[in-house]
Design a protein around this ligand. Structure first.
Ligand code: HEM
Length: 144
C-alpha cells in the first residue's frame, strides 16, 4: 500500500506540477522548457504508473475472500476504479507518446507550438480529473 500511494504521489504530483506551473509558463513563451520537462518527466511518470499498477494488483490479492469483497461493495468500487484507471492511462499515453513528440517537432521546425500545447493542457486536465475520482474510489475500497 505504501508503494502504491508513493507511486500515485509521484505520477499525479508530477502531472499537476506540469499542468499548473510549467503549462501556464509555456503558453507565455516558455514552450521549449515545457517540451524538455515533459520529455524528461516521461521515465519517472511511466515508472510510477507501472509501480501503481503492479502494487494495485497485489493489493487486490490482499483484500480477502471474494464473497466479503462483493458483499461490502468493494468489488463494484474496484471495477469502477479500474475502468477510470484504464481511461487515464490511455490519455496519459496519448499525451506522452504522441503529443509531446509532436510539440518537440513543431518547435524544431519553427512552427507555432500553441496548438500542441493547448491539446496537452486539455489532456492533462482530464487525466487529473480522472485521478481525483480514482483516489476517491481507492480510499473507498480501503474503507469498505
Ligand atoms: C491497475 C490499477 C490499480 C489497481 C488494481 C488498484 C487497486 C487498489 C486496491 C485493491 C486498493 C485497496 C487496498 C486495501 O485496502 O487493502 C487500492 C487503494 C488505493 N489506490 Fe489503487 N489501484 C490501482 C491504481 C490506482 C491509481 C491509478 C490511483 C491514483 C491515481 C490509486 C489510488 C489509490 C488510493 C489513494 C488508495 C487508498 C489508500 C488508502 O486508503 O490508504 N490506485 N488500490
Amino acid at each position: 500500500m505504501w508503494l502504491h500511494v508513493l507511486g500515485v504521489v509521484a505520477w499525479v504530483g508530477g502531472l499537476a506540477y506540469q499542468t499548473h506551473v510549467l503549462g501556464p509558463a509555456a503558453r507565455r513563451g516558455g514552450a521549449g522548457v515545457f517540451a524538455e520537462a515533459a520529455r524528461r518527466g516521461r521515465p519517472t511518470a511511466w515508472t510510477a504508473i507501472a509501480v501503481v499498477a503492479l502494487t494495485g494488483f497485489y493489493n487486490v490479492t490482499r483484500l480477502g475472500p471474494l464473497e466479503r469483497v462483493m458483499e461490502s461493495g468493494a468489488g463494484l468500487l474496484l471495477a469502477g476504479k479500474f475502468v477510470l484507471v484504464l481511461a487515464a492511462v490511455t490519455l496519459a499515453a496519448q499525451r506522452d507518446f504522441a503529443l509531446v513528440p509532436r510539440l518537440g517537432r513543431a518547435l524544431a521546425e519553427g512552427q507555432d507550438p500553441a496548438h500542441a500545447l493547448r491539446r496537452i493542457a486539455w489532456l492533462d486536465r482530464l487525466v487529473l480529473l480522472f485521478a481525483v475520482a480514482i483516489v476517491y474510489l481507492g480510499v473507498a475500497v480501503s474503507r469498505a
